[in-house]
Design a protein around this ligand. Structure first.
Ligand code: JCH
Length: 265
């Protein structure tokens, strides 16, 4: 897979030399290149921004500079996928990561200031590229670089051969099960008076599976009620439904719904 990142702070992306993504680059699974946007500026000061039309605070990144950059890094014939991190995008999820991992060529345009002139995404779409304007969550960053790091790590580990054991990819949170991960423990079995749950030391595989499933259901109900509401009821067994009932969730009209909260007098 080929990935190009364009930024006025290319050094921000230095972390991509490390860990799993760094290894994927060295082994040739990932051809990742980072570019300095100022290389496409034309004036003495290498200006990339200007004041916003319509007024308002801050500066906006110029479309002409970005246009020259993308003409050089997007593949010919509208065959690219342009990702633009932005606080106004759809929220990036594991589904986006899975789709991006299937692409031959992704270009990530990291903005700064108040963002990039909207005509840049518009023109890339008109040229036939896929364009995804994506937020990594509901908080405000100073630019797209950290979001690009997050996305590259999320899709990079899904490339065939990047994570050693592909089994560990399917068992994780936000995979098919739609539940958060159960808590995990390792040695020593007793640490500072805290014990590993006995069932995990029992060697009883079926009981361990049930215990993990119960903890996953509990955690998901406590932390992510939106994920409980989205569960496929047909994929749940009687024990799952009993645990969820104990947590205040009931099936009605084929969907899980929270039991009514008592109305205050
Ligand atoms: C970005 C900015 C507009 C701040 C400039 C480019 C992504 N999830 C997520 N949060 N923040 C970002 C992000 C991505 C790219 C850029 N900024 C700063 C831009 C704003 O409007 C309120 C605020 C932030």
């Amino acid at each position: 897979m080929r990935v190009d990142v364009v930024s006025i702070f290319p050094d921000y992306l230095a972390a991509l030399d490390l860990s799993l993504v760094g290894k994927a680059r060295r082994t040739g699974l990932l051809d990742l290149r980072v570019h300095d946007l100022r290389g496409w500026a034309t004036d003495r000061h290498r200006t990339v921004d200007d004041t916003p039309f319509g007024g308002g605070a801050g500066m906006v990144m110029r479309p002409d500079v970005w246009g020259r950059a993308l003409d050089d890094v997007l593949p010919a014939g509208g065959a690219g996928h342009l990702v633009v991190p932005t606080p106004s995008g759809e929220v990036f999820t594991q589904r986006h990561a899975e789709r991006l991992a299937l692409e031959a060529h992704v270009v990530i345009a990291c903005g700064r200031y108040e963002g990039i002139d909207a005509r840049v995404a518009e023109r890339a779409r008109a040229a036939g590229h896929r364009v995804s304007e994506l937020s990594i969550g509901d908080y405000v960053l100073n630019g797209g670089e950290v979001a690009a790091l997050v996305m590259i790590e999320a899709f990079g580990r899904l490339l065939p051969g990047v994570v050693g054991n592909p089994h560990s990819l399917v068992e994780e949170s936000h995979g098919a099960a739609g539940l958060l991960e159960y808590p995990v423990y390792t040695k020593p079995p007793a640490w500072e008076g805290l014990e590993v749950p006995e069932v995990l030391l029992s060697g009883h595989h079926a009981r361990i599976e049930r215990w993990r499933r119960d903890r996953a259901l509990e955690r998901t109900a406590a932390r992510r009620p939106d994920m409980v509401a989205a569960l496929d009821v047909a994929a749940l067994d009687k024990a799952d439904l009993a645990v969820l009932a104990g947590l205040g969730w009931q099936v009605s009209d084929g969907r899980l719904r929270p039991a009514e909260e008592p109305v205050a007098e």
